[in-house]
Ligand binder design. Sequence first.
Ligand SMILES: CC(C)(COP(=O)(O)OP(=O)(O)OC[C@H]1O[C@@H](n2cnc3c(N)ncnc32)[C@H](O)[C@@H]1OP(=O)(O)O)[C@@H](O)C(=O)NCCC(=O)NCCS
Length: 166
Amino acid sequence: MHSIMPPGEAMTVRLAELSDAADVAFVHVSTWQVVYRGHMPDDLLDNLSVEQRTSMWERLIPSGGVWVALDGTEVVGFAAAGPSRDDDASSELYAIYLLPSAWGSGLAEPLAEAALSEMGDVVLWVLDDNPRARRFYERLGFVLDDMTRTEEFGSAIVKEVRYRRS
Ligand SMILES: CC(C)(COP(=O)(O)OP(=O)(O)OC[C@H]1O[C@@H](n2cnc3c(N)ncnc32)[C@H](O)[C@@H]1OP(=O)(O)O)[C@@H](O)C(=O)NCCC(=O)NCCS
């Protein structure tokens, strides 16, 4: 199996398998509920469905580009990357999420680098007001470019900024 050992013996990063879909969905929903609280409507966050997200990840995982971070046997994070949805970049880091209990564990960096391995020009979009994630991306060598966009989440309109690593 293609796996990378980050610091800490029990911590591993590997390509996601179909059977990880429910765990990835759990990380996705529970991390959103913490990080985006106050940025997006409570009812939208409270109604996020792990079941719906599981179906989504079951569709996406077989295409590749989805990686999981494990603490022992527990999936504590995931990252997804692939072709850029913007026409001025080749690849995109679509998402990287760690459960809050794993923040600062050292897993985020090997997880991101695994997802980004063999990718050239990479862009990513992040909430303007997400200082921890922005600091993390900057440490990885991502640089703000001049692209911004707004996204609607229910009644909330949030500003996102784009980072690039060439
Ligand atoms: C983004 C994420 C994967 C990074 O993983 P992590 O383990 O938290 O990252 P690290 O601890 O290695 O690095 C975070 C950096 O932000 C810094 N930081 C922490 N809190 C901060 C804050 N409030 N403001 C600014 N910087 C902050 C840390 O000190 C560290 O920087 P340093 O290495 O220079 O000390 C993780 O925080 C996460 O899953 N967040 C929620 C989901 C998310 O926002 N994903 C990105 C969506 S685009």
